[in-house]
Write a protein of this length. Structure first.
Length: 95
């Protein structure tokens, strides 16, 4: 009847050192399993991070390439103004 209520209490011949050793072994096994799981999760996270950074760089480069035709004339005018020291505004013939 006692074994049904408290199964751990039914083992009376096990010494305190044996119980501590058993608990320590169970704890070490659980810690090792958690460490292995964390290493695997870290490796998966690093692999996903590599893929996402290249995706972000690709999207950024595509954005610049697709919008370049819209602001290229402004950059050319700015370049001619800077190269002339402000004399030429870049819109046509020099004043």
């Amino acid at each position: 009847a006692v074994a049904a209520v408290a199964p751990g209490a039914a083992v009376a011949d096990e010494s305190a050192e044996d119980m501590v050793a058993r608990i320590a072994a169970n704890s070490a096994a659980a810690n090792e399993a958690a460490r292995a799981k964390a290493e695997k999760a870290g490796a998966d996270k690093a692999k996903a991070k590599e893929g996402s950074s290249s995706l972000v760089l690709g999207v950024g480069a595509a954005g610049v390439a697709l919008t370049l035709p819209f602001f290229l004339p402004n950059l050319l005018r700015l370049g001619s103004k800077l190269s002339s020291g402000g004399e030429d505004d870049g819109y046509g013939a020099k004043k």
